[in-house]
Structures are given as C-alpha cells and as structure tokens.
Write a protein that binds this ligand. Structure first.
Ligand SMILES: Cc1cc2nc3c(=O)[nH]c(=O)nc-3n(C[C@H](O)[C@H](O)[C@H](O)COP(=O)(O)OP(=O)(O)OC[C@H]3O[C@@H](n4cnc5c(N)ncnc54)[C@H](O)[C@@H]3O)c2cc1C
Length: 389
C-alpha cells in the first residue's frame, strides 16, 4: 500500500462530507492557505449525494433553535452569522435551483450531486486524500499530527468534520468522538436519531398496517410534532416519527391520529365508525379491533367504548427501541458545545482546533435542519480561520 510521507498543511480538514466540503470551499475562496482534506471514502460527499432521496432537503423556510436538540444559545449564535437566508442567497448566487415542498422544505431541483459538484469546484486547489482512514491525533508544537492508515499529516490548524455514526455503510464512523477524547474534549456518545421506532407487543397492531400512512401529531415530553407517520414492517416511521425520535430515548410518547378534528363531531352519524371518521377504513378497522370495539354507528357507543375510542386523540405508549444506526439519518451526541466558542467553532481548550457539522452535539429535526447546521457551522469556522490568518 502507498504510504504518504508527512504532509504539512496550514489547515487540515478531517472528512469530506457536507461541512468539510463547505469549509474547504470557503477557505479556498477567501484565503491563500494550503489546505488538505482527509476522507475515508473514494469520493467526497457520499451522504450528501444520497440525502433527501437524492434531492437533498438543504434547508427550511424557518430555522431556529427550537428545531434542534442542543444548547439554544449556541445554535442561535451560529445561525446569526450564517442562517437560512444566507444559505439560500449562497445557493442562488451559484445557480443552484431549489424547490419548496410542503411549503417549508427546500430541496435541490437538480439533485444533491449538484451541491457536491459546486462545493468541489469552489474548493478547487485543495489537496484531497481519499481512501485514507483517520486513526488518531496528537498535538505537536506546530499544531496537530493526524495518524492515518496512509501515514501522518501535520497541520497548524485542524478542523474535525467527521460527522456522526449513522449509515456506516457509506463511511460514517465515531472517529470524531475518539479524536476529541484524545484531545481531552468532553463528548457524549452517539445514539441513532431521525430514525423509526420499534414497538412492544401491545402495539403490534400497527405493523399490520405496514405500507400505509396518516397525518398525526406526536407529543414527546414537551415537544409536539405534526407530520406524516408511516406504518412499517419493523415499527413506525415517516417524518413525524423521525423528528419525534430526536427527543425520545425511553418512556412514553402520545399520538393524536386526528390532529385537526374533534372526535365528537363524527359520533352523531348513522354511518359505521370506519366510514364516519376521516381516517382510512383499513386503519379504523384495525384500531377498533385493537381497542375491542365493534364497528358501529357512533351514537350506539356506551361510555366504556367511547373512552376507548378517545384513544384516537391521545394514544399513549412506550416504543421498544429504534431501527438503529443503519437506518438513522443522523446521530445524537458528539462533542459538547461547552468545549467550543459559538462565534468561531474553535475549541476553548486548544488553539486552532475547530469542530463543525454533525460531530458537534447539536442535532436538528427532519426538514433540512442538519444540512443548514453543517453549512452554517462550516462557514462560521472558515471565516474565523481566514480572519486569523
Ligand atoms: C440517508 C440520509 C439522508 C439524509 N437526508 C438529509 C436531508 O435531506 N436534509 C438534511 O438536512 N440532512 C439529511 N441527512 C443528514 C445529513 O446528511 C448530515 O447531517 C450531514 O451530512 C452532516 O454533515 P457532516 O459534514 O457533519 O458529516 P458527513 O456529511 O457525514 O461527513 C463526514 C465525512 O467524514 C468521513 N469520515 C468518517 N469517519 C472517517 C474516518 N475514520 N476516516 C476518514 N474519513 C472519515 C465520512 O466518510 C464522511 O464523508 C441525511 C442523512 C442520511 C444518512
């Protein structure tokens, strides 16, 4: 195997994903620094390229800390310097056409690969080291030495942009946490988030609805998410469940299967419940069987039946677990924000060490929030490196 001799860089970026690419692109455009990027895959931006079904949900009409798990003030500070309007302007300036879905999600019309291509083009002149797996890091007098399976790399400034642990099949790893720990930074272990939830036996009735969906409101703790929920073979999924999973680790969640309706409105009808209620017949028949109520006109329900039917508005249960890292869109956890300055993303402990993107313990809901975070944190970091140099 080819083993590189020691490389010296002004800035070394670890990971050529969304945040690493944006950081390299911004540094190249705004400085004359000598930049290297180390990436385990043979190409850049693999996760970015498959995201949003290949169309990349890049941001949202409304981006604020309430859509993130993590310290609000930290998130707000970063977005103040580079928020969704800044990202939209950036994409517009570079002729990336977007489309708005469900009146809130921005998707890339020409496909996610157009974003990867744009960032690679803007990062032109950067030294990319592909198929190179990062193992560890040590501080040295001139900066940092990164040890890889293809030799050591030295740099005055180091940017950790190695992402989270979800989708290991396309190169994801927990190396960012290991590197941070080697540098004595506080970390929280990664756990799967934006992921489907598995069910206990009591809720297996939902599995029989596999392949169908409905609009719901899910409550987890003090968070309320309204979106589509998908019944899956393994449990429950779809946008509502994925976002809810961000805030769930154990305990109960509550689902309102009729988020915009009052139940009593439909109970005076002479029609059978499965026809009168604005839910699919298949759903209603399965639900009624689960709660042990016959399909009958609403006015014939006795008090006990009515009470059970009311569970449609507040179905409370404890999921068994989640679908795991192989299905999770992101990883919760990472490098604690107390270690970083939100104005720069630089370590408070080590000069010229930066952490950006998903490796930082900030995680967004479904809806373009995670790319917004990756691009915002990368831009704030790159601007500070340029300013310092
Ligand atoms: C299927 C899927 C769909 C998604 N869709 C969306 C979406 O539509 N909208 C949205 O906002 N978010 C989406 N996300 C989440 C989003 O992709 C991530 O939050 C974002 O890519 C994080 O950027 P990052 O730069 O921090 O990490 P990444 O983009 O994951 O980049 C990290 C890079 O580091 C490299 N790396 C890791 N370990 C090593 C190592 N040991 N050695 C060398 N290199 C290493 C990886 O190969 C990777 O290229 C999706 C995620 C998945 C899995």
């Amino acid at each position: 195997m080819l083993v590189f001799m020691k490389h010296g860089f002004d800035v070394l970026i670890l990971g050529a994903g969304a945040s690493g690419l944006m950081c390299a692109a911004e540094l190249r455009r705004n400085s004359r620094l000598n930049i290297g990027v180390i990436e385990g895959n043979s190409v850049a931006g693999k996760k970015l390229a498959i995201s949003g079904g290949g169309r990349c949900n890049i941001t949202n009409i409304e981006v604020s800390p309430e859509h993130f798990l993590g310290e609000d003030a930290f998130v707000a500070e970063v977005f103040e310097h580079f928020g969704n309007e800044d990202l939209l302007n950036y994409l517009h300036r570079h002729a990336i056409a977007l489309e708005l879905r469900k009146e809130r999600y921005y998707f890339c019309r020409e496909g996610a690969k157009a974003i990867v291509a744009l960032l690679l083009q803007r990062a032109g002149g950067t030294d990319f080291f592909y198929d190179t797996h990062i193992h560890s890091v040590t501080p040295i007098p001139q900066g940092y030495r990164v040890h890889t399976d293809r030799g050591d790399f030295d740099a005055a400034t180091l940017v950790i942009a190695t992402g989270g642990e979800s989708y290991r099949s396309i190169g994801a790893s927990a190396i960012g946490i290991k590197l941070a720990q080697e540098l004595q930074l506080q970390t929280t272990p990664f756990t799967p988030a934006l992921v489907g939830l598995t069910l206990q036996k009591e809720q297996f009735w939902m599995k029989t609805l596999s392949g169908t969906s409905c609009n719901v409101r899910i409550r987890v703790g003090n968070k309320c998410i309204e979106e589509e929920m998908l019944f899956a073979h393994k449990g429950i999924s779809g946008p509502a469940v994925l976002s809810a999973s961000l805030y769930w680790s154990k305990g109960e969640i509550e689902i309102d299967f009729l988020p915009h309706e009052e139940l009593h409105v439909f109970l005076n009808s002479k029609k059978l419940l499965s026809t009168a209620l604005p839910l699919s017949k298949r759903f209603m028949k399965t639900f009624l069987e689960h709660i042990g109520v016959e399909d009958m006109p609403g006015h014939r329900l006795n008090a006990s039946m009515l009470m059970r039917l009311k569970r449609l508005k507040s179905y409370t249960f404890a999921p068994a677990g989640n679908f795991g890292f192989s299905k999770a869109e992101v990883s919760r956890g990472g490098i604690d924000v107390c270690e970083l300055d939100a104005r720069t993303l630089m370590s408070r402990r080590h000069a010229n060490l930066y952490c950006i993107g998903e490796v930082v313990d900030i995680t967004g809901e479904l809806g373009g929030y995670n790319f917004q975070w990756a691009f915002s944190s990368a831009t704030v970091c790159a601007r500070h490196i340029c300013k310092k140099n």
